[in-house]
Design a protein around this ligand. Structure first.
Ligand code: JB2
Length: 207
């Protein structure tokens, strides 16, 4: 397996590193614009500008996306020409046969991904999330820890499903929309909308 550099040195990077290790990847280090970063147990290579001079042939997106996937997308677009971004799938998940996990997508520990699911490029299925049959996660979307997609759910590009949220069968969450943690979604959520139970929906300001 190729040697991997993780882009980012914060909380999400620590989870990505764990997933990479569990799957047997060699990890060369991480990049971060901050000089310190947390103790990830691998060397800091430098900033993203130092990647070209490294021995890596593969990269992993180590910055998270809580409500805004812009940086993940930018890093992917910047480096995809020269480097591969293999899907990161933790060893301790259930991913049904035939499920498609695209480049740079990530499936973290304890996740369950059922038959017929598509995990789009750069999407995150975070810790313990459950994606039931025939659901589709758009590129750079994020299903946060312990959220549940009940089956046949469509999540648009860059959308965020908050921790512990439940999306009922067949519903669509539009591109760039944000579903609050713990929400239960019983109707479609339009593109670019913030869905917070008990409040009027409002447009997401930044996406
Ligand atoms: O352009 C960049 C860049 N910009 C910020 N390139 C690289 N390589 N790294 C960058 N960073 C670094 O990402 C920051 O200097 C910082 O060290 C790190 C972000 O760390 P933080 O822990 O603040 O966020 P995160 O993205 O790792 O995790 C967030 O998203 C996860 C999904 C947190 O909200 C987590 O709690 C959440 N689970």
């Amino acid at each position: 397996m190729p040697g991997v550099i993780v882009l980012g040195g914060g909380g999400h990077a620590s989870v990505v590193l764990d997933a990479l290790r569990s799957a047997g990847h060699e990890i060369l280090g991480y990049t971060d614009p901050g000089g310190g970063g947390r103790a990830l147990g691998v060397p800091r290579i430098g900033t993203d500008d130092d990647i070209d001079g490294s021995a890596a042939d593969a990269l992993a997106l180590g910055v998270g996306a809580v409500g805004d996937s812009t940086l993940r997308r930018q890093l992917f677009e910047r480096f995809r020409v020269r480097f591969s971004f293999p899907a990161v799938v933790h060893a301790h998940v259930y991913v049904a046969p035939g499920v498609v996990v695209d480049d740079a997508a990530q499936v973290m520990a304890g996740a369950v991904v059922q038959p017929g699911v598509l995990v789009g490029a750069g999407a995150i299925v975070n810790t313990g999330a459950r994606i039931d049959h025939d659901s589709e996660l758009g590129c750079f979307s994020h299903v946060a820890p312990s959220a549940v997609l009940c089956g046949g759910v469509t999540v648009g590009a860059g959308a965020h499903i908050g921790a512990g949220a439940v999306i009922l069968e067949g519903r669509t969450v539009g591109a760039g929309a944000l579903v609050a943690a713990g929400a239960t979604v019983t109707r479609d959520v339009p593109e670019g909308i913030r869905f917070i139970p008990g409040r009027t929906v409002e447009e997401c300001p930044t996406r």
